[in-house]
Design a protein around this ligand. Structure first.
Ligand code: PAF
Length: 293
Protein backbone atom coordinates (compact mmCIF):
# COMPACT_ATOMS: atom_id res chain seq x y z
CA UNK A 1 0.00 0.00 0.00
CA UNK A 2 1.23 3.48 -0.85
CA UNK A 3 1.41 6.24 1.68
CA UNK A 4 1.63 9.82 0.49
CA UNK A 5 4.14 11.96 2.41
CA UNK A 6 3.13 15.61 2.80
CA UNK A 7 5.20 18.29 4.54
CA UNK A 8 3.20 21.49 4.14
CA UNK A 9 -0.08 22.36 5.90
CA UNK A 10 -1.41 23.95 2.72
CA UNK A 11 -0.73 20.77 0.69
CA UNK A 12 -2.35 18.56 3.33
CA UNK A 13 -5.44 20.77 3.42
CA UNK A 14 -5.70 20.68 -0.39
CA UNK A 15 -5.26 16.88 -0.49
CA UNK A 16 -7.85 16.34 2.25
CA UNK A 17 -10.35 18.65 0.56
CA UNK A 18 -10.00 16.59 -2.60
CA UNK A 19 -10.21 13.21 -0.83
CA UNK A 20 -13.19 14.24 1.30
CA UNK A 21 -15.28 14.37 -1.88
CA UNK A 22 -15.15 10.57 -1.99
CA UNK A 23 -14.56 9.50 1.63
CA UNK A 24 -16.94 9.65 4.56
CA UNK A 25 -14.62 9.39 7.54
CA UNK A 26 -11.07 10.48 8.26
CA UNK A 27 -9.09 8.83 11.05
CA UNK A 28 -5.99 10.44 12.52
CA UNK A 29 -3.03 9.02 14.44
CA UNK A 30 -0.68 11.69 15.83
CA UNK A 31 2.84 10.41 16.56
CA UNK A 32 6.34 11.73 17.16
CA UNK A 33 7.83 9.14 14.80
CA UNK A 34 10.09 6.27 15.95
CA UNK A 35 7.12 4.02 15.28
CA UNK A 36 6.77 0.60 16.91
CA UNK A 37 4.09 -2.09 17.07
CA UNK A 38 1.98 0.06 19.41
CA UNK A 39 1.76 2.79 16.77
CA UNK A 40 1.11 0.18 14.06
CA UNK A 41 -1.89 -1.05 16.07
CA UNK A 42 -3.32 2.51 16.26
CA UNK A 43 -2.86 3.02 12.53
CA UNK A 44 -4.36 -0.40 11.77
CA UNK A 45 -7.38 0.35 13.95
CA UNK A 46 -7.90 3.71 12.24
CA UNK A 47 -7.55 2.12 8.79
CA UNK A 48 -10.15 -0.47 9.76
CA UNK A 49 -12.64 2.10 11.03
CA UNK A 50 -12.23 4.97 8.57
CA UNK A 51 -12.11 5.51 4.81
CA UNK A 52 -8.89 7.53 5.05
CA UNK A 53 -6.13 7.51 7.66
CA UNK A 54 -3.69 10.35 8.26
CA UNK A 55 -0.64 9.80 10.47
CA UNK A 56 1.47 12.72 11.65
CA UNK A 57 5.19 12.20 12.26
CA UNK A 58 6.30 15.28 14.18
CA UNK A 59 8.76 15.46 17.05
CA UNK A 60 7.07 18.21 19.02
CA UNK A 61 9.69 20.35 20.78
CA UNK A 62 7.01 22.10 22.83
CA UNK A 63 6.28 19.07 25.00
CA UNK A 64 9.88 18.50 26.11
CA UNK A 65 11.32 20.19 29.20
CA UNK A 66 14.78 21.81 29.22
CA UNK A 67 16.62 18.73 30.56
CA UNK A 68 14.63 16.10 28.71
CA UNK A 69 15.51 13.90 25.74
CA UNK A 70 14.45 16.04 22.74
CA UNK A 71 17.98 16.00 21.30
CA UNK A 72 18.41 12.25 21.50
CA UNK A 73 14.82 11.17 20.74
CA UNK A 74 15.05 8.35 18.16
CA UNK A 75 14.16 9.29 14.60
CA UNK A 76 13.71 7.01 11.61
CA UNK A 77 11.49 8.61 8.99
CA UNK A 78 12.17 6.10 6.19
CA UNK A 79 11.26 3.17 8.46
CA UNK A 80 8.29 5.06 9.88
CA UNK A 81 6.88 5.54 6.39
CA UNK A 82 7.15 1.79 5.80
CA UNK A 83 5.27 1.12 9.06
CA UNK A 84 2.61 3.66 8.01
CA UNK A 85 2.19 1.99 4.63
CA UNK A 86 2.16 -1.56 6.03
CA UNK A 87 -0.41 -0.60 8.68
CA UNK A 88 -2.84 0.97 6.22
CA UNK A 89 -2.16 4.73 6.45
CA UNK A 90 -2.96 6.82 3.38
CA UNK A 91 -1.18 10.06 4.25
CA UNK A 92 1.88 10.73 6.41
CA UNK A 93 2.07 14.37 7.48
CA UNK A 94 5.73 15.19 8.21
CA UNK A 95 5.99 18.94 8.77
CA UNK A 96 9.29 20.62 9.61
CA UNK A 97 9.13 22.46 13.00
CA UNK A 98 8.91 25.86 11.25
CA UNK A 99 5.68 24.76 9.58
CA UNK A 100 3.87 24.25 12.90
CA UNK A 101 5.78 26.87 14.90
CA UNK A 102 6.69 29.73 12.57
CA UNK A 103 8.58 32.72 14.01
CA UNK A 104 6.38 34.72 16.37
CA UNK A 105 4.26 31.73 17.41
CA UNK A 106 2.88 32.50 20.90
CA UNK A 107 -0.54 30.85 21.36
CA UNK A 108 -0.88 27.78 23.58
CA UNK A 109 -3.59 25.46 24.91
CA UNK A 110 -3.70 25.14 28.71
CA UNK A 111 -5.89 23.07 30.99
CA UNK A 112 -6.54 23.52 34.70
CA UNK A 113 -6.60 20.53 36.99
CA UNK A 114 -5.73 17.16 35.56
CA UNK A 115 -2.55 18.26 33.77
CA UNK A 116 -0.96 18.89 37.19
CA UNK A 117 -1.49 15.26 38.33
CA UNK A 118 0.84 12.27 37.75
CA UNK A 119 3.43 13.21 35.05
CA UNK A 120 2.49 16.90 35.37
CA UNK A 121 4.28 17.02 38.73
CA UNK A 122 7.70 16.43 37.18
CA UNK A 123 6.86 17.72 33.67
CA UNK A 124 4.93 20.95 34.38
CA UNK A 125 4.78 22.22 30.76
CA UNK A 126 4.47 18.85 29.04
CA UNK A 127 0.71 18.75 28.56
CA UNK A 128 0.56 22.35 27.40
CA UNK A 129 2.92 21.27 24.59
CA UNK A 130 0.89 18.13 23.84
CA UNK A 131 -2.47 19.96 23.79
CA UNK A 132 -1.11 22.79 21.66
CA UNK A 133 0.26 20.50 18.97
CA UNK A 134 -2.71 18.10 19.07
CA UNK A 135 -5.10 21.07 18.87
CA UNK A 136 -3.21 22.47 15.89
CA UNK A 137 -3.14 19.06 14.17
CA UNK A 138 -6.87 18.58 14.79
CA UNK A 139 -7.51 21.98 13.19
CA UNK A 140 -5.40 21.05 10.18
CA UNK A 141 -6.65 17.48 9.65
CA UNK A 142 -10.20 17.89 11.03
CA UNK A 143 -10.45 14.16 11.74
CA UNK A 144 -13.67 12.37 12.58
CA UNK A 145 -11.77 10.04 14.92
CA UNK A 146 -8.33 10.26 16.52
CA UNK A 147 -6.48 7.31 18.04
CA UNK A 148 -4.27 7.42 21.15
CA UNK A 149 -2.59 4.64 23.12
CA UNK A 150 -3.82 3.82 26.62
CA UNK A 151 -0.16 3.52 27.65
CA UNK A 152 -0.15 7.32 27.85
CA UNK A 153 -3.29 7.27 29.99
CA UNK A 154 -2.94 10.83 31.27
CA UNK A 155 -2.41 12.14 27.74
CA UNK A 156 -5.51 10.23 26.62
CA UNK A 157 -7.62 11.70 29.47
CA UNK A 158 -6.28 15.21 28.80
CA UNK A 159 -6.86 15.05 25.02
CA UNK A 160 -10.34 13.61 25.54
CA UNK A 161 -11.23 16.49 27.85
CA UNK A 162 -9.64 19.08 25.57
CA UNK A 163 -11.62 17.76 22.57
CA UNK A 164 -14.82 18.00 24.64
CA UNK A 165 -14.06 21.36 26.26
CA UNK A 166 -13.04 23.00 22.97
CA UNK A 167 -15.71 21.31 20.80
CA UNK A 168 -13.30 19.83 18.29
CA UNK A 169 -15.94 17.40 17.05
CA UNK A 170 -13.36 14.62 16.91
CA UNK A 171 -14.09 11.32 18.64
CA UNK A 172 -11.10 10.32 20.78
CA UNK A 173 -10.45 6.59 20.77
CA UNK A 174 -8.17 4.93 23.32
CA UNK A 175 -6.40 1.75 22.17
CA UNK A 176 -4.92 -0.98 24.39
CA UNK A 177 -1.24 -0.90 25.30
CA UNK A 178 0.88 -3.20 23.16
CA UNK A 179 3.45 -5.15 25.20
CA UNK A 180 6.63 -7.11 24.57
CA UNK A 181 6.43 -10.84 25.39
CA UNK A 182 7.72 -10.18 28.94
CA UNK A 183 5.13 -7.47 29.58
CA UNK A 184 7.22 -4.33 28.97
CA UNK A 185 4.97 -1.71 27.36
CA UNK A 186 6.14 -0.73 23.88
CA UNK A 187 7.68 2.74 23.88
CA UNK A 188 9.95 4.64 21.52
CA UNK A 189 12.16 5.27 24.58
CA UNK A 190 12.83 1.55 25.17
CA UNK A 191 15.76 1.82 22.72
CA UNK A 192 17.65 3.86 25.34
CA UNK A 193 17.80 0.84 27.70
CA UNK A 194 21.02 -1.18 28.07
CA UNK A 195 20.52 -4.98 28.24
CA UNK A 196 20.58 -4.88 32.08
CA UNK A 197 18.15 -1.96 32.14
CA UNK A 198 15.91 -3.68 29.62
CA UNK A 199 15.66 -6.69 31.94
CA UNK A 200 15.06 -4.41 34.96
CA UNK A 201 12.35 -2.44 33.11
CA UNK A 202 9.92 -5.36 33.37
CA UNK A 203 9.46 -4.38 37.05
CA UNK A 204 6.85 -1.80 35.99
CA UNK A 205 4.63 -4.45 34.42
CA UNK A 206 5.32 -6.93 37.22
CA UNK A 207 4.35 -4.32 39.83
CA UNK A 208 1.12 -3.44 38.02
CA UNK A 209 0.22 -7.08 37.41
CA UNK A 210 0.83 -8.02 41.07
CA UNK A 211 -1.24 -5.10 42.31
CA UNK A 212 -3.83 -5.86 39.63
CA UNK A 213 -4.36 -9.34 41.06
CA UNK A 214 -4.99 -7.76 44.45
CA UNK A 215 -7.52 -5.37 42.89
CA UNK A 216 -9.22 -8.25 41.11
CA UNK A 217 -9.53 -10.01 44.47
CA UNK A 218 -11.46 -6.97 45.73
CA UNK A 219 -8.82 -4.67 47.29
CA UNK A 220 -9.88 -1.01 46.92
CA UNK A 221 -7.57 0.67 49.44
CA UNK A 222 -5.49 3.00 47.22
CA UNK A 223 -2.62 3.19 49.72
CA UNK A 224 -2.35 -0.59 50.07
CA UNK A 225 -2.37 -0.97 46.28
CA UNK A 226 0.22 1.71 45.56
CA UNK A 227 2.42 0.47 48.45
CA UNK A 228 2.50 -2.91 46.75
CA UNK A 229 3.55 -1.29 43.46
CA UNK A 230 6.24 0.74 45.29
CA UNK A 231 7.62 -2.37 47.03
CA UNK A 232 7.86 -4.36 43.78
CA UNK A 233 9.63 -1.52 41.97
CA UNK A 234 11.75 -0.75 45.06
CA UNK A 235 13.08 -4.33 44.95
CA UNK A 236 14.66 -3.67 41.54
CA UNK A 237 18.10 -2.03 42.11
CA UNK A 238 18.20 -0.26 38.71
CA UNK A 239 14.75 1.30 39.17
CA UNK A 240 13.86 4.56 40.86
CA UNK A 241 10.13 5.09 41.39
CA UNK A 242 8.70 8.52 40.51
CA UNK A 243 5.07 7.82 41.32
CA UNK A 244 2.54 5.04 41.80
CA UNK A 245 -1.06 6.23 42.03
CA UNK A 246 -4.57 4.82 41.82
CA UNK A 247 -6.95 7.43 40.40
CA UNK A 248 -10.26 7.82 38.58
CA UNK A 249 -9.27 7.16 34.94
CA UNK A 250 -11.47 9.93 33.55
CA UNK A 251 -10.89 12.79 35.99
CA UNK A 252 -7.47 11.77 37.37
CA UNK A 253 -8.83 12.59 40.83
CA UNK A 254 -9.06 10.22 43.81
CA UNK A 255 -11.26 7.18 43.26
CA UNK A 256 -14.78 7.89 44.52
CA UNK A 257 -18.31 6.51 44.40
CA UNK A 258 -18.73 7.98 40.89
CA UNK A 259 -15.62 6.30 39.52
CA UNK A 260 -16.31 3.77 36.80
CA UNK A 261 -12.79 3.03 35.64
CA UNK A 262 -9.74 3.13 37.91
CA UNK A 263 -6.27 3.94 36.61
CA UNK A 264 -3.27 2.41 38.35
CA UNK A 265 -0.39 4.46 36.95
CA UNK A 266 3.33 4.26 37.51
CA UNK A 267 6.41 6.21 36.41
CA UNK A 268 9.98 5.13 37.15
CA UNK A 269 13.50 5.79 35.97
CA UNK A 270 15.44 2.77 34.82
CA UNK A 271 19.00 4.05 34.65
CA UNK A 272 18.58 7.39 32.89
CA UNK A 273 15.37 6.44 31.09
CA UNK A 274 11.99 7.56 32.38
CA UNK A 275 9.26 5.01 31.63
CA UNK A 276 5.54 5.06 32.35
CA UNK A 277 2.95 2.30 32.38
CA UNK A 278 -0.53 1.68 33.75
CA UNK A 279 -3.45 -0.68 33.98
CA UNK A 280 -7.14 0.16 34.12
CA UNK A 281 -9.79 -1.61 36.18
CA UNK A 282 -13.55 -1.43 36.42
CA UNK A 283 -14.22 -0.28 39.99
CA UNK A 284 -17.46 -2.22 40.32
CA UNK A 285 -16.10 -5.60 39.28
CA UNK A 286 -13.83 -7.03 41.98
CA UNK A 287 -12.61 -10.52 41.25
CA UNK A 288 -14.22 -10.80 37.86
CA UNK A 289 -12.05 -9.64 35.00
CA UNK A 290 -11.92 -6.17 36.48
CA UNK A 291 -8.71 -5.52 34.58
CA UNK A 292 -9.47 -3.89 31.27
CA UNK A 293 -6.06 -3.60 29.62
O1 PAF B 1 2.03 10.48 22.21
C1 PAF B 1 2.77 11.13 21.44
O2 PAF B 1 3.55 10.58 20.66
C2 PAF B 1 2.73 12.64 21.47
O3 PAF B 1 2.55 13.12 22.76
C3 PAF B 1 1.70 13.25 20.51
C4 PAF B 1 0.29 12.87 20.91
C5 PAF B 1 1.98 12.75 19.10
C6 PAF B 1 1.81 14.77 20.51
O4 PAF B 1 3.06 15.19 20.10
Amino acid sequence: MNVRKIERIEDLRAELALRRRSVESVGFVPTMGALHAGHASLIGRSAGENDLTVVSLFLNPLQFGANEDLDKYPSSEAEDLLVCAASGADIAFCPPPSELYPGGFSTYVNMDGMTAALCGKSRPDHFRGVMTVVGKLFNIVRPDRAYFGEKDAQQLAVVRKMARDLNFGTEIIGCPTVREADGLAMSSRNVYLSPDERAAATCLYRALATAGKRIDRGERDAQAITDLVSRTIGAEPLAELEYAELLDAETLESVGAETESMLLAVAARIGGTRLIDNMMFDRAKPGKNGQRS
